[in-house]
Write a protein that binds this ligand. Structure first.
Ligand code: NAD
Length: 315
């Protein structure tokens, strides 16, 4: 049985599938050629990350396809309900990348409060001639310890982020209509500390937090737009490593320009893979190109999780 891993798969996942007798091809077939290639090569499974989309047209035109696998969490690039209706297995790897996304959020937060993102932009061009000016420009850093992180969406990644933030001495509040209470387990050396948290209302989080990080699924409406910005603390810092569109980018630019929002950190964008240029070039936005899950550890876990599910479903 042949598997096309169109957006790649970690070597360990490929090895485990091949050891079980599958042929795994990792070359990327262009989106428009997928139907033809899947049928010609008799692929039974199509594995994707976020780049390849699997819509109704592919599902209808490839009767030999038995399984669609998403290496990662969000399945908005796959017509999941339709595929299941047609009898296909649709799998993902929800838990594999939570730690990695949480660490990226913390990287953005640490970078934001000390202007690391901007210093890295300015130092190569003016570091020699304007060293003292730059030193003065970045002299108003703040510490994360003691500040309040508000988390919107308290599932796997929201909770993993909470554990890092609590471990750094931050206060954590959250809102999630489906997680009224949560226990965050933090490992410190050989000791485990359990921190009990209770959901606040969204308005409470918006009004009380110094930093707001979003960890909701893609929603029909932005979770953060002008109305939400209006009730936040002046100088709030926003992180979106969930999905593009969860924060309204036009409203974000307006509120950064007015000074209401001090800084934003974005790993995801409304118009991926061609984000707005004014977002990319904004002096108060630190950026990463959707790399939340892009660690070796997460990719290995994703590969292994996919392999074990595929073996269970197709052998
Ligand atoms: P999850 O399903 O474990 O958690 C999502 C939580 O959001 C749930 O607890 C749900 O109850 C809550 N929620 C839903 N609607 C809400 C709302 N309106 N207000 C508040 N809470 C709401 O998902 P997860 O694994 O934690 O993933 C969270 C997000 O991170 C997803 O959008 C996912 O696509 C994204 N993600 C991004 C990357 C990246 O590379 N940046 C990697 C993995 C996942």
């Amino acid at each position: 049985m042949k598997i096309l891993a169109n957006d790649g798969i970690a070597p360990i996942g490929k090895q485990q599938l091949e050891a079980a007798g599958f042929t795994v091809v990792t070359e990327t077939v262009p989106q428009n050629d997928l139907i033809q290639t899947i049928n010609k090569e008799n692929y039974v499974a199509l594995l994707v990350r976020s780049a390849t989309t699997v819509r109704k047209d592919i599902i209808d035109a490839c009767p030999g396809l038995k399984l669609i696998g998403r290496g990662g969490v969000g399945m908005d690039n796959i017509d999941v309900a339709y595929a299941k209706e047609k009898g296909l297995h649709v799998i993902n790897t929800p838990a594999s990348s939570s730690q990695s996304v949480a660490e990226l959020v913390m990287a953005h937060l640490f970078g934001a409060v000390r202007f690391v993102y901007d210093a890295n932009r300015q130092m190569p061009s003016t570091g020699v001639t304007e060293f003292k000016t730059l030193k003065k420009k970045y002299a108003k850093g703040i510490e994360l310890r003691g500040k309040t992180l508000g988390i919107i969406g308290f599932g796997r990644i929201g909770q993993a982020t909470a554990s890092y933030a609590l471990g750094c001495g931050m206060n954590v509040i959250y809102t999630d209509p489906f997680a009224e209470k949560a226990t965050i387990n933090i490992k410190v050396g050989n000791q485990h500390v359990a921190v009990e948290l209770t959901s606040s209302t969204k308005d409470e989080v918006l009004t009380k937090a110094d930093f707001i990080s979003l960890h909701v699924p893609k929603l029909d409406q932005p979770a953060i737009g002008n109305d939400e910005f209006a009730i936040m603390k002046d100088g709030v810092i926003i992180v979106n490593a969930a999905r593009g569109g969860v924060v309204d980018e036009a409203a974000l630019i307006t509120n950064l320009n007015s000074g209401k929002v001090a800084h934003a950190a974005l790993d995801v964008f409304e118009n991926e893979p061609t984000p707005r240029e004014d977002v990319l070039k904004h002096p108060k936005i630190s950026l990463t190109p959707h790399i939340g899950a892009a660690t070796l550890e997460a990719q290995d876990r994703i590969g292994e999780e996919l392999a074990s599910q595929i073996k269970a479903l197709l052998l």
